[in-house]
Design a protein around this ligand. Structure first.
Ligand code: PNS
Length: 159
């Protein structure tokens, strides 16, 4: 069984994330989406809400599991016998930090990181930018799955 993990904050999941998860799900038998909990970062969505949205938009892939994790990504991998981390690379600017994390994770536990070049349609896309644009009334519906756009607009109306 070939397993991989796609880790992130997913606050919320975007079409860019979904593209990487979808491509990973074709390369591996089982893909875990790990929603990494960072207690020092207050998200717009709670962890359970993020998981629920990811489950809805990945349900059709058939081999994707979604879990939250508090701790080191390498421990998530060790506990589930996952040898590979799959990450999207949007631009050269992502590379420095991603390389550091990949080398640190490999040094800690031998886990490999596979970089997938982001679809150019999403090369500028991030959850933070989507939230900022939506906060000021910009249309982000082409950048998010429909269910996520609805949840985001609902959340912003509540605030
Ligand atoms: O979506 P993000 O916020 O860019 O994802 C970053 C994330 C969550 C993948 C990264 O911060 C991470 O792996 N955090 C888990 C804690 C950990 O293992 N830290 C050491 C990384 S070398």
């Amino acid at each position: 069984m070939r397993r991989a993990v796609c880790p992130g904050s997913f606050d919320p999941i975007t079409n860019g994330h979904l593209d990487i998860i979808s491509r990973a799900s074709k390369l591996y038998d089982e893909v875990y989406v790990a929603v990494m909990i960072n207690k020092s970062k207050q998200g717009l969505f709670g962890i359970d809400e993020r998981i629920d949205l990811i489950r809805q938009v990945t349900a059709d892939f058939g081999n994707v599991q979604v879990e939250a994790f508090h701790g080191l990504l390498v421990d998530f991998c060790k506990q589930r016998d996952i040898p590979a981390i799959v990450k999207g690379l949007r631009a050269v600017s992502d590379f420095d930090y991603e390389l550091q994390m990949a080398q640190m994770n490999n040094g800690l536990s031998g886990v490999e990181t596979l970089f997938v070049p982001t679809n150019p349609t999403y090369s500028f896309l991030s959850s933070s930018l989507v939230k900022e644009v939506a906060t000021w009334g910009g249309d982000v519906s082409h950048l998010l799955p429909d269910v996520v756009t609805e949840a985001l607009l609902r959340r912003l109306r509540e605030k």
